[in-house]
Design a protein around this ligand. Structure first.
Ligand SMILES: NC(=O)c1ccc[n+]([C@@H]2O[C@H](COP(=O)([O-])OP(=O)(O)OC[C@H]3O[C@@H](n4cnc5c(N)ncnc54)[C@H](OP(=O)(O)O)[C@@H]3O)[C@@H](O)[C@H]2O)c1
Length: 378
């Protein structure tokens, strides 16, 4: 029987809350679905309210010191996983940033299935994740809409049949902004995403397309394809989430409404498409399926993503750590929008040759990059 006991890491975030919505829907038709654990960062009141209103049995974890959750402190999410994750559970990894790495990896090691929204885990430690999966009884289900789409396209497809994989990108709020105006972009403008409602870090990353760079690295690890086999394309409607070109000229695409409930439910139910999470499209109304090439001047992050794949080793960890620091500095008004890319690219140049071989090495590299980048504009 597939796992129906769910642990939600990042339960107070955009993906975490949507996961709990989906879980309520699942529980409505099958009461054995339950949330047995929830972890947050600092929004303790919110996680307590979520648990009291619907998930009274859930163990709670929070980063901040508070006597109400069962686990508190910087490693609270990890301790929650160690206490609750088993081969009978599914762990939804929806903490933002590299903070999600250790609890996610531990969940895989403990044999739990993982619904992975935290792409940073694969970007920073893709090789370790693949190693851990070899001996784990659990399965990794991508929740990123593009990767869930590709995984759906790849059902029944052998790796040697794949010519290339295409990730779509909405283009974000600045797809048509004159290039000269980008230097004056404010956090409020960058947070105003035209399609998706997401947490602040991924929203800024969608504006710069650092998110697509991270997703290319994620796809490289998930699907075992090279940089030459990966492409990104702008598709403002966000209806087609991913495509797979096969060697015989066939292209498989996955389409669905831009609502994360779809990939979340697909991951939780181990690939079932068993109930409506969105209305079915009427093909006659699909008159606006536009696609265009990524402009490398406007979105240089995409090429940086390819460079990071080619470098391998610790380059993904460097890309992520530098980007996390720069996005926070931009949101705080300490770094201009266009400087985000420059600082991240320079960090990849300076640190990209590192080849961490263990989790400890990766975490040390993560800290070293953060300190170095933060010192450059403080
Ligand atoms: N949003 C989307 O549509 C979307 C789509 C695909 C993939 N993703 C990925 O999903 C992940 C979450 O994104 P999001 O948009 O949901 O972000 P978000 O809304 O900012 O939520 C982040 C969550 O992480 C928690 N958190 C932050 N630092 C933590 C720490 N050190 N320990 C424990 N919990 C911590 C936050 O807790 P507090 O609330 O207490 O601070 C919150 O619950 C990211 O990796 C993102 O790339 C998101």
């Amino acid at each position: 029987m597939r796992p129906q006991k769910v642990i939600v890491l990042g339960a107070t975030g955009t993906i975490g809350r949507r996961t709990l919505d989906v879980l309520k829907q699942l529980q409505g038709s099958d009461p054995t679905w339950d949330c047995i654990g929830m972890a947050c960062g600092s929004r303790v009141d919110q996680i307590l309210e979520q648990s009291q209103s619907h998930w009274p049995a859930a163990k709670l974890a929070s980063m901040v010191d508070d006597d109400r959750p069962d686990f508190c402190g910087p490693d609270a999410a990890l301790h929650l996983v160690e206490a609750c994750a088993t081969p009978e559970t599914i762990v939804v990894s929806a903490i933002v940033g590299s903070a999600g790495l250790r609890p996610t990896l531990r969940a895989i090691e403990l044999g739990a299935s993982v619904a992975l929204a935290n792409k940073e885990t694969l970007v920073c430690a893709g090789n370790l994740v693949q190693e851990a999966l070899k001996t784990s009884s659990g399965t990794l289900w991508p929740v990123d809409s593009e990767h869930a789409a590709i995984a759906q396209c790849l059902r029944g497809i052998r790796s040697e049949q794949i010519k290339s994989i295409v990730l779509t990108a909405s283009g974000g709020p600045f797809q048509d902004t004159p290039l000269a105006d980008l230097q004056n972009v404010t956090p409020d403008q960058a947070l105003n995403h035209p399609v998706w409602n997401m947490g602040p870090r991924i929203t800024i990353d969608s504006a710069t397309m650092a998110n697509k760079a991270l997703e290319l690295v994620e796809a490289h690890h998930l699907f075992g394809v090279t940089d030459q086999q990966l492409h990104a394309i702008v598709h403002p409607g966000s209806l087609v989430h991913g495509m797979v070109h096969l060697h015989d000229g066939t292209t498989l695409m996955q389409m669905s409404a831009p609502d994360m409930a779809g990939p979340i439910r697909w991951a939780l139910t181990a690939g079932e498409h068993d109930a409506a999470v969105a209305p079915t499209f009427d093909p006659a109304e699909l008159t606006n399926l536009r696609f265009s090439a990524v402009d490398p001047t406007r979105f240089p992050f995409v090429d940086l993503g390819f460079e990071v794949i080619r470098k391998g080793g610790g380059a993904g960890c460097v890309l992520n750590a530098a980007d996390e620091v720069c996005v926070q500095a931009f949101l705080d008004g300490r770094l201009p929008y266009l400087e985000v890319y420059h600082h991240v690219a320079e960090a990849v140049d300076r640190f990209g040759h590192h080849a961490p071989s263990s989790l400890t090495d990766i975490l040390e590299l993560d800290i070293a990059v953060r300190e170095d980048v933060a010192n450059r504009f403080s």
